[in-house]
Design a protein around this ligand. Sequence first.
Ligand SMILES: NC(=O)c1ccc[n+]([C@@H]2O[C@H](COP(=O)([O-])OP(=O)(O)OC[C@H]3O[C@@H](n4cnc5c(N)ncnc54)[C@H](OP(=O)(O)O)[C@@H]3O)[C@@H](O)[C@H]2O)c1
Length: 351
Amino acid sequence: MTVSGAERGAMRRALELAATPGVPLGPNPRVGCVLLADDGTTVAEGHHRGAGTAHAEADALARAGERARGTTAVVTLEPCNHTGRTGPCARALVEAGVRRVVFAQADTNPVAVGGADTLRAAGIEVEQGLLADEARALNRTWTFAVEHGRPFVTWKLATTLDGRSAAADGTSRWVSGRAARLDTHRLRARADTMLVGTATVAVDDPALTVRDEHDVPLPHQPLRAVMGLRDLAPDRRVFDDRAETVLLRTRDPHEALAQLRARDRQHVFLEGGPTLAAAFLRAGLVDEVVAYVAPAMLGAGLPAVGDLGISTIADAFRPTVTDVTVLGADGPGEQPNVRFTMTPHRDSEER
Ligand SMILES: NC(=O)c1ccc[n+]([C@@H]2O[C@H](COP(=O)([O-])OP(=O)(O)OC[C@H]3O[C@@H](n4cnc5c(N)ncnc54)[C@H](OP(=O)(O)O)[C@@H]3O)[C@@H](O)[C@H]2O)c1
């Protein structure tokens, strides 16, 4: 790859633009674009602001107008090749007279693929792969969903020291402390789907909304998904109008994720209970585990996870720890909790 220092700097700037705060979570990736003149100065910048708005390249081209001619477009994602709600960016770059395109991440989305080929066929110089890892990290779950054809699954659990997620009488409020609960809401807000089993809705009646530190629901809420075959009482809080709710009438985790993918979902936050979590683990469909461990013991009650089909210690499920954070006591009577973030081992990246 041959890129100039100015192009490298412009790609860093394009990554910053892509990460501009306030862009709503949606089915589209975050993308930034910088148009550079031959002398390395910036002609225009652009970024994508969510589904239905201009793509980053179109945004930058519109700002540049005639000055786009002869520039180098530095883009965090391969320009798309398809007509969705907006026209194909590869064509727009050709028509604007851009001379060269440097992009970071290749777009493997089947409906958008082929932008680089279109550009090359039109005689435009194309370089790809500059800061590609950073670009992939920026759109971690979008990239995962495109490459695996299903949403990324984060399984969150709250457990006592002795691995219980609820007491013998079924009560589980609150296993973890206030700081851990606030942290959970922060993580929920990063996902586009909350997923629980029917029993959790029947027993706990959770709202499954994302709320701020004053317990006020945020304006933008993830989809609430409830999985299982039984009918649920209509008075359950998941059926209120605070957020959209979908019933996934299946016990097959693959089928549930396929239904969610069909709704353009990229990141599922699986909040249990233990039966559903075990089903996803057994199916190899957990991509990240976030466990809040509280200094409490119950000695009896529901396990944090159901039967995994493991009968001997050598076969224990041992995810790789990527982060350990102590969440300090937040208020009188509160105790610190520990959050483990973990990645399951995979037999194959293809799952
Ligand atoms: N501490 C925590 O982090 C936490 C989080 C969530 C829940 N909980 C606690 O967990 C308890 C509920 O536990 P749970 O394990 O019974 O709830 P669950 O996993 O939410 O729901 C289990 C139900 O989901 C349905 N289901 C969907 N897919 C399934 C599959 N592949 N295999 C089996 N069943 C499937 C079945 O009901 P159908 O007959 O409808 O198909 C099943 O009975 C509650 O007391 C709650 O307090 C704790």
